[in-house]
Design a protein around this ligand. Structure first.
Ligand code: LLP
Length: 378
């Protein structure tokens, strides 16, 4: 819970709890100690420089999806040898930047992309490290926009084409194949999809090993969910339960390393979107709290029908009212919550929207020519 004296005067503003970030990272590290595991942070979740710097200094690697993310990662101090570059549409300039910086690997999503990386590596006279992103056809049972591992998604190589692309990677000059990459979705709240993923990895490794092909690394992606409904009770996600699935079910080969790519689970609970009430509008049968923050600052409710806990942190009233909490943007979808039970709320009150550290500020836009939200770290 944010202290009133930490509230910035200009809103909307993201406030990041750096102590919680440090404790979250410590919990990740506690769980991988003694195991051949490497954790990468998915920069897309939040790329505020201070946050990136903190994560880089803790020794984690990074997962990136664009040239600007590559530069932000290097700037923040992530080692190039701890960078993995994902995404279905890497441009030539982005690939060249990755090759020239000697990144750990490109996670390859298609045949033409692999050919292109090879061509560019040859032209630079440098080896490009790659992993093949596999579409394991596992349903993570999460929102349809954040499910990535079923055959109809654009991500990864379908299982029936996997042998062909692995063979191609092994034959191409200046391509070094490190292993296989998977990422089945985001905000995954049960262990079952991860158990199914372990089974699939084991099966594929057995098959490739039988053909004399061995991988130095397996990357199982990210996706661990956070508790949006109880941010204080579950400020740190259940990393122990998550890692135990892999410790129990995934058969790593001798000398092989297992990579993870966490975004949301590292930063979501650290961030709160702080906003001011502009107006209370009463249309007779409904009361609206109109905030100075809108879907341009936090798009998750509008885009994924997600719900973030909304708190009035200045009202002293003991009477509860029902409000729809909305933003100022000219879209009917600009709603943070319907029928929210809040203490009597007035113009000028401060509203905290919780669990907003991941895919909040990083997905902000300037629609309606609005300014991007500010941020501060406490
Ligand atoms: N690795 C890859 C290849 C990914 O595509 C992603 C996220 C991650 C790792 C990190 O996943 P995480 O641990 O954060 O679940 N904007 C959406 C989430 C999109 C996730 C995209 N990929 C949201 O706000 O729910």
């Amino acid at each position: 819970m944010i202290d009133l004296h930490d509230i910035p005067s200009a809103t909307p503003c993201y406030v990041y709890d750096m102590g919680l970030l440090r404790n979250t990272i410590a919990e990740v590290k506690r769980n991988i100690e003694g195991f051949p595991y490497d954790v990468h942070y998915a920069i897309k979740a939040n790329y505020v420089p201070i946050i990136l710097g903190e994560i880089a200094a803790s020794g984690l690697g990074a997962d990136l999806v664009s040239g600007p993310e590559l530069h932000a990662a290097l700037e923040a101090g992530f080692k190039p040898t701890r960078l993995a570059f994902s995404g279905v549409g890497k441009t030539d300039d982005e690939i060249i930047a990755g090759i020239d910086n000697g990144i750990f690997c490109f996670n390859v999503e298609s045949f033409p992309e692999l050919q292109n990386i090879s061509n560019l590596a040859v032209s630079r006279g440098l080896t490009a490290n790659v992993a093949i992103r596999v579409n394991p056809n596992i349903n993570a049972h999460t929102h349809k926009y954040v499910t990535t591992g079923v055959a109809e998604n654009k991500f990864g190589i379908n299982l029936n084409l996997l042998d062909k692309i692995v063979d191609m990677a092994l034959e191409l000059p200046y391509i070094h194949l490190r292993g296989l990459h998977f990422h089945i979705g985001s905000q995954i709240m049960t262990k079952r999809p991860y158990k199914l993923l372990c089974d699939k990895v084991n099966e594929l490794q057995d098959r490739f090993n039988a053909r004399g092909i061995e991988f130095e690394m397996i990357n199982v992606g990210g996706g661990l969910g956070v508790d949006y409904d109880n941010p204080d009770e579950h400020a740190i996600p259940d990393f122990e339960g998550f890692f135990n699935v892999f410790k129990q079910y995934l058969n790593l080969r001798a000398g092989q390393r297992l990579h993870f790519e966490f975004g949301r689970s590292i930063v979501a609970q650290c961030g709160t979107l702080i906003s001011r009430v502009l107006y209370i509008k009463d249309n007779g049968n409904k009361k609206f709290v109109i905030l100075d923050a809108g879907m341009t600052d936090l798009i998750r409710p509008a885009l994924y029908q997600s719900h973030h806990i909304i708190e009035n942190i200045t009202s002293a009233s003991r009477h509860i009212e029902s409000y729809d909490v909305v933003g100022p943007v000219c879209e009917s979808g600009d709603v943070f919550g319907r029928d929210e039970q809040l203490p009597i709320t007035q113009r000028g009150d401060i509203i905290a929207i919780r669990t907003a550290g991941a895919y909040g500020e990083s997905m902000a836009s300037c629609y309606n020519m609005r300014a991007l939200p500010r941020h501060c770290c406490i």
